[in-house]
Design a protein around this ligand. Structure first.
Ligand code: AP5
Length: 211
């Protein structure tokens, strides 16, 4: 099973990917998390990606496509994967179709105003990539990751000015990806407004209908 999760920055893709992973028993490939790991390890990819990410812009297609292709080679992806944050351009979607066409694309729809509020309260685990929200989805112990015990931090690209740039990039470059999957009759749109659990239910229903 290969499933694409689409949605604006902060729409809740990472939060919901965890539930889908547990249900489908396939790994999540989050290009954002892979890039942040590469930056932390100071790899060549990380050094190239950092300037784009800090400014709220997309990392060039060729770097991302190579990264995802390589990740898909790992044995744990033998039964499929959930793609979180990929594809983000029509060129990436076309590339994915050529090497691992997804069965379904789920788009989590959240208006820009709600995104700005969510990003302001997001806390992220620098070790395992888990995300929380100080009000909407707090960790059990304030400031500490439930999953690995690391101290939570704030992503550099969650600064308000960078969030606005990321939203602009999303509308210009990533929204057309929805049309790409709609033409293939693989797109399902789900409202991302409501509690985390409500959205999880909507997603599971859309998956049942769409698969
Ligand atoms: P990436 O890490 O993929 O960021 P993103 O798509 O902008 O998405 P986010 O991780 O910010 O948000 P999310 O939708 O996962 O939301 P979350 O669940 O955390 O990419 C970062 C950068 O890397 C890009 O800008 C780009 O430079 C580069 N990049 C990555 N992939 C690329 C690609 N394919 N091509 C080119 N460049 C690429 O939720 C957000 C917050 O809301 C959290 O605090 C959460 O707790 C909270 N929340 C979730 N659900 C709810 C709810 N229902 N109610 C209230 N709060 C909620």
């Amino acid at each position: 099973m290969k499933l694409v999760l689409l949605g604006a920055p902060g729409a809740g893709k990472g939060t919901q990917a965890d539930f889908i992973k547990a249900a489908l028993k396939v790994p999540v490939i989050s290009t954002g998390n892979l890039l942040r790991e590469a930056i932390a390890r100071e790899t060549e990819l990380g050094q190239k990606a950092k300037q784009y990410m800090d400014g709220g812009n997309l990392v060039p297609d060729e770097l991302i496509i190579g990264l995802v292709k390589e990740k898909l080679q790992s044995p744990d992806c033998a039964s499929g994967a959930i793609f979180d944050g990929f594809p983000r351009t029509v060129a990436q979607a076309e590339a994915l179709d050529a090497f691992a066409a997804p069965e379904l694309a789920l788009s989590i729809e959240v208006p820009d105003e709600a995104i700005v509020h969510r990003m302001a309260g997001r806390r992220t685990c620098p070790r395992c990539g888990s995300t929380y929200h100080v009000v909407g989805n707090p960790p059990r112990v304030e400031g500490i990751c439930d999953k690995c015990g690391e101290t939570l931090g704030i992503r550099k690209d969650d600064a308000p000015a960078v969030v606005l740039q990321r939203l602009e990039v999303y509308h210009a470059q990533t929204e057309p990806v929805k049309e790409h999957y709609a033409r293939q009759n693989k797109l399902r749109e789900v409202s991302g407004i409501g509690s985390v659990e409500e959205i999880r239910e909507r997603i599971f229903q859309a998956m049942e209908e769409g698969l």
